[in-house]
Ligand binder design. Structure first.
Ligand SMILES: Cc1cc2nc3c(=O)[nH]c(=O)nc-3n(C[C@H](O)[C@H](O)[C@H](O)COP(=O)(O)OP(=O)(O)OC[C@H]3O[C@@H](n4cnc5c(N)ncnc54)[C@H](O)[C@@H]3O)c2cc1C
Length: 400
């Protein structure tokens, strides 16, 4: 069975493919292709955003009035698929996919005017300051406080696992503005500059050699009150909106498809007993199963994007996509490591400059595969753990 696009969408795909080929600088594509870990280089990310923005395509998923393209969900899907297939840098997800939609949905005209262009034009990197020690899955128990003093909030507390905070210019934080009401009702959503006096960022060394995750300490940090999004006490509602949005996109089907293609390169390049691994029936069977699973996930994503009538509420569907998407990300990266065998055990610098020249013993599909497989263990944790997603499913889909 083959999933075919109708001719109009096929034309759209060809146009997008040509567009990316024309505007993606070859040096940037090469760095991304050889990049050994998930996290793109910040300079490339912002440069790429600026290039896309010159063509009006930096935030195609936003409403047209804020700079979006007015594309159908299917067109957006194709755009993303082509970006990943071409090894384009990642978006600044915090700004473009998390905060941006919250601001244009709930922010004041002042916040929209001040921050949306900044995000769209690739001027800033953003960090998401939600989780705290002891408040991850149980986010509503967060303790970082913000007290209104005159026209400023004074913020005190600690965040943890804040991705990219060391390179971020700004962060969006959940803070407690009222301790007297039900935990969910006392939370607000505040934008903070990361270089404000009292903000300290400490990077956390990771098993894969990176230090992308951070602790953020907030010590009497003074924040202008007009940087609070929407109404005080409504932060929980906005965060739920953001997380649901995050889960719908977090199947990362495009990413997994590209990694499956990489796995095939490895299987064709590596040999055992004089034969390529791709000729081994057991390995072929593993590829066949993974390919079928990815196709099933892709169809499920498309059904949600097309707002096809589902038997379950959309939030439950988002949880299914998150669970299945993260599991398949892990399966495909583990397949790569298995195919590499002992070669996968060699340590490569996270961001060697200049990148090593490929040689026959260490083809350029080797560096980074284990590093990426290790960080991909986290896919079943961030954006809501697998167990918590299963709880949501049990409640929403089965009424348990
Ligand atoms: C790579 C990575 C990037 C991240 N980036 C960010 C970021 O940018 N910003 C940010 O704010 N946070 C970020 N996080 C934090 C992430 O959101 C939390 O790690 C996650 O919500 C889990 O919280 P926790 O780590 O406190 O674990 P806990 O909530 O303590 O959970 C520990 C274990 O208990 C299980 N558990 C907890 N509650 C239940 C329950 N009710 N039922 C069943 N099982 C349960 C969990 O599934 C898990 O297995 C990131 C995490 C990772 C790993």
């Amino acid at each position: 069975m083959e999933l075919r696009l109708d001719p109009e969408l096929e034309n759209f795909r060809q146009e997008i493919r040509g567009f990316i080929n024309d505007v993606l600088p070859p040096d940037m594509r090469e760095r991304q292709r050889r990049k050994v870990a998930n996290n793109a280089d910040v300079t490339d990310q912002l440069r790429w955003m600026r290039i896309l923005n010159e063509h009006g395509r930096a935030v195609p998923h936003w409403p047209v009035e804020f700079g979006g393209c007015g594309w159908t969900p299917m067109q957006l899907f194709i755009f993303n698929e082509e970006l990943y297939a071409a090894d384009a840098p990642e978006f600044d997800w915090g700004g473009t996919h998390m905060l941006g939609p919250v601001i244009y949905s709930y922010g004041s005209p002042y916040l929209r005017e001040r921050f949306l262009p900044m995000i769209r034009e690739g001027q800033t990197m953003w960090a998401q300051g939600f989780s705290e020690p002891g408040s991850g899955s149980d986010l509503a128990s967060l303790r970082t406080s913000a007290e209104l003093v005159g026209d400023k909030y004074v913020v005190n507390g600690q965040k943890i696992w804040t991705s990219g905070a060391a390179h971020a210019d700004w962060g969006f934080f959940l803070v407690r503005t009222d301790k007297t009401v039900k935990p969910q009702r006392g939370i607000s959503f505040l934008i903070i500059r990361m270089d404000t006096p009292g903000v300290t960022v400490r990077q956390i060394p990771q098993i894969n050699g990176e230090a992308h995750l951070c602790e953020v300490f907030l010590d009497n940090v003074e924040v202008p009150a007009d940087q609070l999004i929407g109404e005080p006490g409504m932060g929980w509602t906005y965060a739920k909106f953001l997380l649901e949005h995050e889960r719908t996109t977090s199947s990362f089907i495009y990413w997994s498809k590209r990694e499956l293609a990489r796995a095939k390169d490895i299987a064709r390049g590596e040999r055992r007993n004089g034969r390529p691994l791709s000729a081994d029936p057991a390995i072929r069977a593993r590829f066949a199963r993974l390919e079928a699973d990815l196709l099933a996930l892709e169809w499920s994503v498309l059904r949600v994007l097309a707002h096809e009538e589902l038997e379950t509420p959309e939030a439950a569907a988002a949880s299914v996509l998150k669970i299945r998407g993260s599991e398949l990300q892990q399966e495909v990266t583990m397949l790569q490591v298995d195919l590499l065998g002992l070669k996968g055990a060699r340590y490569f610098d996270v961001a060697p400059t200049p990148p090593p020249a490929p040689d026959e013993a260490w083809p350029d599909y080797v560096p980074g595969r284990t590093t990426v497989a290790l960080i991909t263990r986290a896919a079943t944790i961030y954006g809501g753990t697998k167990q918590v997603q299963k709880n949501i499913l049990a409640r929403l889909a089965f009424g348990l």
